[in-house]
Design a protein. Structure first.
Length: 685
């Protein structure tokens, strides 16, 4: 009698989503015969609840992509050509170490990394140890969130706020600068629960996003005018006495000064600045001042302008005026990441600098840094980032990467725009193939990621690469021998989190009060919400929040009359997932959303190829005449890989390297352009 062959046993492995998103979902990967056959959200994780976004639900497709890099590569053609020859790991690492050993000045070495993974192991552990030991230039990691983050530190004392799950109990939710459906899906679940219980949802965003479609009201303000709106709301709270005087007296600092500033901003003035009806501002102020508990969900879109830090400060002041912090369903949340007591000294070992103070280079201005002949960058090591695509003023970035004398190493999963310019490309593992530990900036759980499958080909983790380079450099400190699992255990001091629970269920929750600032106790120097920041004043800045106009305010230039913002395409995450065919098929092609009036004035039909340009450069793409755009504002949806654009460029050809008022952050959404119909070849040709 014949016996049927045994079916390979299926196992499940617990993990975490690595991407730059506040949701930080818990994952369950089903593995059969060493192959990942299913990926789903962990239904036992309260924040994930078994649900993943469209992007991450395709993660196996990304891991098993036919274009995965699986062997080290050495450049064999001109920089930017993408021509490479496979080599062994020993050949690649020996060559990289040899180049590092002959560097005369360690500060000419620069690491460039960001949030390609948010993991503490693969993102900020062995790499930081390695560069600290070298004495390399430090990277000011500013490309996303520092304006809002530092603004919170000067106001609330850190990246802290209300807990996301309690938004479900709020009666009014202001979703400020966030397309939550596309970029914060699990928060949207709580917002919908609140709405079913009678809450009102208001979306404040220049673009009529998918989230705005689903809210009760959309306030389509001009880019960079958020602080003016917040100050006008304060004006109305004061005039109508919708204030919690007891909370203000006991738990805030600088009220008299803020009151004087806010009274300079009647709704009529803000309406002109913001480009919205005065009545809409008055009604919003009344709703916010008379509804308890009221909550604000900020996101980072509103702080990518010159005055982004001041705007975040102004918004963060609002809950203290009404006493919203007294309720666990009241307050504000931009980021929860400051609540995690991460042991960064153990992870990164700053002591390895041994008293040296290397220069710091801002990652937003990498274009200028790579073209600086006075204090040059001679060696660049890129990982967890794609700067040729994502950094502003990209013509300068490309020119810097094209330097023949620049030795560039790129650690990547795919041959990105940046990898095309590398001297060596090292194949990196994906999240399904390595250990890591994760915190979140949207909830308050710690997550553990276990490898579910073996690495594809010869791919290796970031931490492994830096361990091997350290060995070749002769670094003998024991910390350079720590394996990835060991580093997971070093992320928190003993007893801070329940590591046994973390291993057993894949996540563990920080022990925090429901309403942490009901009685003040903010982590500021004064313990109060600091309307006036003496620390900012000591730095020569305005101690009070104010409206700081854009570098390029809407309507200020006859040559470039349109304001442009560049929010992410819904099915991409920055430049990640652009090469996943199923997701790219949903997005179609690079688009510029334009209002019907602006299109008609330029003779632009829906679907026409347009030329978008300013003094920094030009970019060709297809126009979509869209109800999502307000008059005077266009949306260059990104971030597409440059090599997939009509002319090998993307929207960052137009953005500038100017920095924000607070936090040295980028000003991607502070950008004026002109748009005209293009007579060149279409995408189809």
């Amino acid at each position: 009698m014949l016996t049927a062959p045994a079916t390979p046993e299926k196992t499940t492995v617990l993990g975490a989503c690595p991407h730059d998103c506040p949701d930080t979902c818990a994952l369950v990967t089903t593995v059969q015969d060493g192959i990942a056959v299913k990926l789903q959200g962990n239904p036992n994780h309260p924040h994930t609840a078994g649900v993943l976004c469209t992007k991450v639900s395709r993660y196996i497709e990304r891991t098993e992509h036919a274009e995965r890099l699986t062997t080290p590569l050495r450049r064999s053609g001109p920089k930017g050509s993408g021509q490479f020859t496979p080599v062994t790991w020993d050949v690649a690492l020996d060559a990289i170490a040899a180049r590092l050993k002959v560097v005369k000045h360690p500060e000419t070495i620069l690491p460039y990394s960001y949030a390609g993974t948010m993991g503490l192991v693969q993102g900020e552990s062995m790499d930081r140890r390695f560069f600290n030991k070298l004495g390399a230039s430090q990277l000011d990691r500013t490309i996303c969130s520092t304006a809002g983050a530092e603004a919170l530190s000067f106001t609330l004392g850190g990246k802290v706020g209300m807990r996301v799950e309690f938004f479900a109990e709020s009666k009014l939710i202001l979703i400020w600068g966030s397309n939550s459906i596309g970029s914060n899906l699990h928060f949207w679940r709580h917002a919908q629960a609140a709405r079913r219980n009678g809450a009102r949802l208001v979306c404040i965003d220049p673009r009529k996003t998918e989230t705005a479609d689903k809210c009760d009201e959309h306030i389509a303000l001009l880019p960079g005018t958020d602080a003016a709106l917040a100050l006008a709301l304060m004006h109305e709270l004061i005039v109508h006495d919708w204030l919690d005087h007891d909370y203000i007296d006991k738990h805030t600092l600088g009220w008299d000064r803020l009151r004087e500033r806010a009274l300079q901003w009647p709704p009529s003035r803000a309406a002109q600045v913001c480009g919205v009806p005065e009545a809409q501002i008055v009604a919003l102020a009344q709703a916010y001042g008379t509804t308890l508990p009221a909550a604000i969900r900020m996101n980072y879109g509103m702080q990518r302008v010159r005055g982004g830090g001041n705007a975040a400060r102004a918004i963060a002041c609002l809950p203290a005026l009404t006493g919203a912090w007294r309720h666990r369903a009241g307050g504000v949340l931009l980021s929860s990441s400051g609540l995690y007591p991460i042991d960064r000294a153990a992870l990164q070992r700053p002591d390895l600098l041994a008293g040296r103070t290397p220069r710091t280079i801002n990652m937003t201005t990498i274009g200028d840094a790579l073209n600086d002949t006075v204090r040059p960058v001679d060696v660049l090591i890129v990982y967890n980032s794609n700067p040729v695509a994502i950094a502003p003023d990209s013509s300068k970035v490309v020119a810097g990467f094209a330097r023949e004398d620049l030795f560039t190493v790129v650690m990547e999963q795919f041959q990105t725009d940046t990898a095309d310019y590398a001297d060596y490309v090292l194949p990196a593992t994906t999240q399904l193939e390595h250990w890591d530990i994760h915190t979140s900036y949207g909830h308050t759980d710690v997550l553990l990621n276990r490898p579910a499958i073996a690495p594809r080909g010869e791919a290796r983790s970031n931490a492994w690469v830096f361990r091997e380079l350290a060995r070749r450099m002769g670094f003998t400190e024991p910390c350079f021998s720590d394996d990835d699992e060991t580093i997971c255990r070093q992320a928190f001091a003993a007893g801070v989190i329940d590591f046994d629970e973390l291993e057993a269920q894949g996540f563990t929750t920080l022990r925090l009060p429901d309403a942490p600032y009901a009685e003040g106790n903010f982590p500021t120097p004064s313990g109060r919400c600091e309307f006036f920041s003496a620390r900012l004043a000591a730095m020569g800045q305005d101690g009070l929040p104010d409206h700081v106009p854009n570098y390029e305010p809407a309507g200020s230039s006859p040559d470039y009359p349109l304001a442009m913002i560049s929010p992410p395409a819904r099915n991409f995450l920055n430049s990640s997932f652009v090469n996943v065919r199923s997701l790219r098929a949903i997005e179609g092609e690079p688009l510029l959303e334009i209002h019907a009036d602006d299109a008609a004035a330029r003779g632009i039909d829906d679907g026409a190829i347009v030329r978008v340009f300013n003094a920094r450069g030009e970019y060709r793409c297809r126009a979509e005449v869209s109800r999502r755009a307000r008059a005077g504002v266009v949306h260059g949806l990104g971030i597409w890989w440059r090599k997939l654009g009509l002319d090998g460029t993307n929207v960052n050809q137009l953005t500038s390297q100017r920095l924000t008022d607070i936090g040295r952050g980028p000003t991607f959404y502070d950008c004026l352009v002109q748009v005209e119909r293009d007579g060149g070849p279409s995408a189809a040709s």
